[in-house]
Write a protein that binds this ligand. Sequence first.
Ligand SMILES: *Cc1c(COP(=O)(O)O)cnc(C)c1O
Length: 355
Amino acid sequence: MRPLVAEIRLDNLIHNYKLSRSRHGGRALAVVKANAYGHGAAKCAQALADVADGFAVACLEEALELREAGIKRPIVLLEGVFEASELDEVARHGLWPVVQSEEQLQMLLAARPAAPFNVWLKMDSGMHRAGFYPHDYARAYQRLADSANVGDIVKMTHFARADEPELSTTQAQIETFDAATAGLPGAVSIANSAGILSHPRARRDWGRPGIVLYGASPLPEGNHDGDGLKPVMRLATKVFSVRELPAGETIGYGGTWTSDRPTRIGLIACGYADGYPRLASTGSPVAIDGQRSRIIGRVSMDMIMVDLTDLPGAGIGSEVELWGDVVSVNEVAAAAGTISYELLCNVKRAHKRYV
Ligand SMILES: *Cc1c(COP(=O)(O)O)cnc(C)c1O
C-alpha cells in the first residue's frame, strides 16, 4: 500500500468544536462544507452528531449526504438553493436554506411546502459577495415573515476581514448589521472562526465555526499554544528511496535546486496529485521521524524529495509528516502562498484513517 495517510483525529474535532462553542457562547453550527474541509463530511458529522447544535454545508447535495449518514440535527445550506426544484428536498429533509438574493426569496415565496421553511436571511453588511443590502433587508425580512411558507428567520451576515483584527472593517460590518436589523425579531448569526476568536462583539445566538473545528487558526500569527486548538488532520507518508549527491548537482524538474554540499535525499510518496501544493517547493517544512527538515526541489505529481543530510538516522521507512503535529498546516500554506483552508480541502488519493 502506498504509505500516504491522512489520519483524522475525531477526538480533536470534538475538542475544537466544544472550545469554539464555549468561546462564542450560545449555539454553534459545525461548518462541514466541502467534505468537512477535506476531512470527510459524513465521518466528521457523525462524530459531532450528539455534540453539535447543527451543521452547515454549502448546498443541498452536501446536506443529503449528511442525512444519509444519519445526521438528524439542523443543517443550514450556506449558499441557499440554486433552483426552485430543490425546495421539495429542502422541505422533506427539514433543511434550513440561506436566502441571500431576490431570486432565492421569490423561489421560497412561490413554493408550496408541506411545512414552513426555517430560513437564514443574509445581509451584505460590507463584504459585497452575497446578501441583501442593508437598506433592502427589513423589506425582505417582512416579505418572508408575512409568508405562510416561512417559519423562523435567523438574521445573518458574513465578515470579509475578521482575520485582520487590527482593522476597523469588522466593527463597521457589525454596526451596519445591527442598525439594519434593529427591531426585527429572531436569532442572529454573524461570527465565522475569526469572528469567534477575535471579535467578542460578533458573538450572538449562533456561531459558525469552520476552520477552527479542524484545528487551524485563521489568524495571521497562525496557531499558538494559547488558542487551545488541536490539529485534526495529520498527513504523513514514508521515505521509500534514498540517494547521495555530491555538491553541485541539481535535482528534480527544472533543476531548480542545486546541492551546495554532499547531500542525502529521501524520496517520499506524496505529490501535488495528492493535494500537496506545488508552489511549496524548496524550503517548505516537513518532520522526518519527528525532526524538522525541508523539501528540496520541485514538488512533482506523485513524489517529493526531502533533505536527510542532517538526519543520519533517517532512511528508507522513515516517517515524514507533511502537516499535523510538528509542522502546522499554516506553515505549509504560508510556504505555498495560500491558506490552510485550500490545502485541507485539496487532500485526495491519501488513505484516510479515522481515529
Ligand atoms: C465557510 C463559512 C463559514 C466558516 O468559515 P471559517 O472561516 O472556516 O470559520 C461561516 N459562514 C459562512 C457563511 C461560510 O460560508
